[in-house]
Design a protein around this ligand. Structure first.
Ligand SMILES: [Fe+2]
Length: 247
């Protein structure tokens, strides 16, 4: 066995993910989508990842259902930070049953989301290009995904301008989602914005917007920007204790 072969065999899945991200996002930046080859490379790595590759099991406390009076508020979601540099970030969202990550955007980013276990509903939108704004905070969007996914399933990928750049995750059972962002959010221009979505008919007549395919209006919605810290977002950070990410 050659040295190179031996090294490959000994690489853990999470290190393989890290090394692949380094290659895929090496020339990355806001609005820059990796080539089809690179997307496929990262897709292949993520499609094969399992909860145990990042030290997770569904019996961990992050995934427990709320009991007691506090169960009226959304259950907390735990974020495990694995790695972040200027080009990309890797992290895991741990959602108990009924946990929701409210509708939010990913400005200029390409995002890979792999459900490691559990069942999750994903609703996502893209902006309708050239549609008039209803007001400075409300814009027309087109529905991209409105489906439930159960692991094991393939990775979902969104892009700066399509693929469902604005999305909401709703946990139907406890679930874990491995997220790769290229580039990550930052305070200088790639800010995470949250939205409320309203049916097309709610504002369309007052706004004079007419759809060419009127019969498909269920496929459209108005997205209205929210405050920076929506009251239904309850994410807490926790220390990642799985296998080492870096060599
Ligand atoms: Fe997201």
């Amino acid at each position: 066995m050659t040295w190179r072969r031996k090294m490959t065999d000994e690489t853990t899945p999470v290190r393989r993910l890290f090394n692949t991200c380094k290659q895929v996002f090496s020339n990355g930046g806001p609005g820059i989508v990796p080539s089809d080859d690179k997307i496929q490379q990262l897709r292949d790595v993520l499609d094969n990842m399992k909860p145990e590759d990042v030290g997770l099991t569904p019996t961990m406390p992050y995934f427990r259902q709320n009991t007691g009076p506090e169960n009226l508020s959304p259950p907390p979601i735990t974020y495990l930070h694995l790695y972040q540099c200027e080009q990309f970030s890797i992290g895991i969202f741990c959602l108990p049953p009924s946990g929701v990550i409210p509708l939010h955007n990913h400005p200029g980013m390409t995002v890979f989301s792999k459900i490691l276990f559990g069942t999750m509903h994903i609703k996502s939108y893209d902006w309708v290009v050239d549609a008039p704004m209803r007001d400075s905070k409300t814009r027309l969007a087109k529905l991209k995904v409105d489906s439930t996914f159960t692991a094991p399933c393939n990775v979902s990928i969104l892009y700066p301008e399509d693929g469902g750049n604005m999305h909401r995750f709703t946990a139907e059972t406890a679930c874990a989602v491995l997220d790769v962002l290229g580039p990550p959010y930052n305070l200088e221009g790639r800010h995470c914005t949250y939205f409320l979505d309203f049916p097309f008919n709610k504002f369309s007549s007052a706004n004079g917007v007419v759809l060419r395919d009127e019969e498909h209006k269920e496929g459209y919605a108005w997205l209205q920007e929210r405050d920076d810290n929506p009251e239904d977002l309850n994410v807490v950070g926790a220390l990642y204790t799985g296998p080492n990410v870096e060599d």
